[in-house]
Design a protein around this ligand. Structure first.
Ligand code: LLP
Length: 421
C-alpha cells in the first residue's frame, strides 16, 4: 500500500496534487511520501518484534538526507557501502553505532573514516580486506566489530545483474571456507568477531531462497560457536521484492519474511539485523514527468516525455517495468491506446515502456512512473547534460524540495578549463 492515489480527479502524493508540485518545482522530479516510508519501515520492525533487532536501511536505494533523517528518527540503522554513504548517514544524524559498513571493496580511507566516526560493524567480504582492516584498526589502537559475509551458493531467482548469492558472484566468502576464515579473524589484532552476514540478492519474490540461505547460516553459526566464537548477531541482508505491477501477484510481505527468519535462525538467540532498501522506499516514490510531444509513428505512437534514462535508468539497464499512469484521472471507461513512452536522450535504449496503455494524451499532460523511489534518483546522472533530477518530500498536505534542480550555471560551474588551454 502507498499514498499515491487519485483525489478529486488528480493523482496526489498524500494530500498534495502532483500538478501542484509540477507547477512549483517543474518536471521531471521525484516525489516521495513520508507516510509511506514510515509505514514500510514499521512493517519490518513489526516483522521482527519477536526478537532483538535493528532494521538497517540500505542507503544505496535512496540516499537523500531527508529520507535518511526521517528513517533515522524512527530508529532505523543504516547499511552503507561507501564513504559517501557513511557521510550521508552521519549527516542525517544517525549515530555510528547504528551504521553497518558493507561492500566488496572498502578502501583504507573509507574504513578509517568509519572507525574515527564510529561504526556498529564491518561486514568483511574477503581475506585481503580482513587483513587490511586488521592492520588499520590495530595501527589506530582500535578494535572493531566484524561479521564475515558468507556466500551460501543459493540461487535467489532474480535478475542476473542483482543476484549476489551464487558462488560465481563476486560477493562474500564461500560458506565452505567460513570456519577457516573466522579462525583467522579471531587471531588478528584490531578485530572482534561478532556475527555472520549474508545477502543473496535484490527484488526476491520468493521466500524459498531466503529459507535455504538462512538455514545454512544457522548451521554455520552452530559450528562457529562450537569452534569457540561468540556469535551474537546475524545480518541477514536485504532484497525482499516489491510489486512493480499493480495488477500482478504481490511478493511476500515483510511479516511472512520475518516468519522465515524466525523459523530458520530464531532459536539461536542472536540479535537480528536486516538491510532492506527497495521494500521501504520503492513504492514510496514516483517520478513525475510531462509530455513534450505526442508523435505519430508508423504503426505506433510515441509519447515523448521530459524524463529520460538519465533520470530513471532501471528500464534501460535491467529491462525493468514501472507502471506509468496519467496524473489527470481518466474518466471511467475512457478508451486507452498503446504508446511507446520514451525520453529525449539520443539512443533507443531511452525507452521506458513499449505499448503502455494510456488514455488520450496531449503535450503538457503529466504522467507518473510508479515504484520509482528505490534505485531511481540515486542512479540518475547528467547524461546529455540534463541537470540532475530534483527530489521532493511530501507529508500530509505540504511538501518540500529536498534536492534542488541545479541551474545550467551550477552544472557548468563544476567543470573547469585549465589556464593553459
Ligand atoms: N544489502 C546489501 C549488501 C546489498 O547489496 C543490497 C542491494 C541491499 C542490502 C538492499 O537490497 P534491497 O532490499 O534494496 O533489494 N540497482 C538495482 C538494485 C541493486 C541492489 C544492490 N544491492 C535495481 O535498480 O534493481
Amino acid at each position: 500500500m502507498d499514498h499515491f492515489n487519485y483525489q478529486g480527479g488528480q493523482l496526489c502524493a498524500e494530500d498534495v496534487p502532483l500538478s501542484r508540485i509540477a507547477a512549483e518545482v517543474g518536471t521531471p522530479v521525484y516525489v516521495y511520501s513520508a507516510a509511506t516510508l514510515t509505514r514500510h519501515f514499521g512493517l519490518f520492525r513489526q516483522a521482527l518484534d519477536w526478537t532483538d533487532h535493528l532494521v538497517c536501511f540500505a542507503v544505496k536505494a535512496n540516499s537523500n538526507l531527508a529520507v535518511l533523517k526521517l528513517l533515522g528518527d524512527l530508529g532505523a540503522g543504516m547499511d552503507v557501502v561507501s564513504g559517501g554513504e557513511y557521510a550521508r548517514a552521519k549527516a542525517a544524524g544517525v549515530p555510528g553505532d547504528r551504521i553497518v559498513f558493507s561492500g566488496v571493496g572498502k578502501t583504507l580511507v573509507e574504513m578509517r573514516m568509519a572507525i574515527e566516526g564510529g561504526i556498529r560493524q564491518f561486514n568483511l567480504e574477503s581475506e585481503p580486506e580482513m587483513h587490511a582492516l586488521s592492520a588499520l584498526a590495530a595501527s589506530m589502537g582500535a578494535t572493531v566489530p566484524v561479521a564475515v559475509r558468507v556466500n551460501p551458493d543459493v540461487d535467489a531467482k532474480t535478475h542476473e545483474k542483482i543476484a549476489t548469492g551464487k558462488s560465481e558472484n563476486k560477493f562474500g566468502i564461500p560458506i565452505a571456507r567460513a570456519r577457516e576464515v573466522y579462525a583467522e579473524a579471531a587471531s588478528l589484532p584490531g578485530l572482534r568477531v561478532v556475527g555472520v552476514d549474508v545477502h543473496i540478492g535484490s527484488q526476491l519474490t520468493d521466500l524459498d531462497p531466503y529459507r535455504a540461505a538462512y538455514a545454512k547460516v544457522a548451521d554455520l553459526t552452530r559450528a562457529l560457536r562450537a569452534d569457540g566464537h561468540s556469535i551474537t548477531r546475524l545480518d541477514l541482508g536485504g532484497g525482499l521484492g516489491i510489486p512493480y505491477r499493480r495488477d500482478n501477484n504481490a511478493p511476500p510481505l515483510p511479516i511472512e519474511y520475518g516468519q522465515v527468519i524466525r523459523e530458520t535462525v530464531g532459536d539461536l538467540g542472536c540479535e537480528i539485523e536486516i538491510e532492506p532498501g527497495r521494500n521501504i522506499v520503492g513504492n514510496a516514490g514516483i517520478l513525475l514527468s510531462q509530455v513534450i510531444y505526442v508523435k505519430k509513428g508508423e504503426g505506433r505512437d510515441f509519447l515523448i516525455v521530459d524524463a529520460a534514462m538519465n533520470d530513471l535508468l532501471r528500464p534501460a539497464m535491467y529491462g525493468a517495468h514501472h507502471d506509468i499512469v496519467p496524473v489527470r484521472e481518466p474518466a471511467v471507461g475512457a478508451a486507452v491506446q498503446p504508446f511507446d513512452v520514451v525520453g529525449p536522450v539520443c539512443e533507443s535504449g531511452d525507452t521506458f515502456q513499449k505499448g503502455a496503455d494510456l488514455p488520450e494524451m496531449a503535450a503538457g499532460d503529466l504522467i507518473a512512473f510508479r515504484s520509482a523511489g528505490a534505485y531511481g534518483a540515486v542512479m540518475a546522472s547528467e547524461y546529455n547534460s540534463r541537470p540532475l533530477v530534483p527530489e521532493v518530500l511530501v507529508s500530509g498536505d505540504h511538501f518540500a524540495v529536498i534536492r534542488a534542480r541545479p541551474t545550467f550555471e551550477e552544472m557548468l560551474a563544476r567543470d573547469s578549463i585549465p589556464e593553459w588551454l
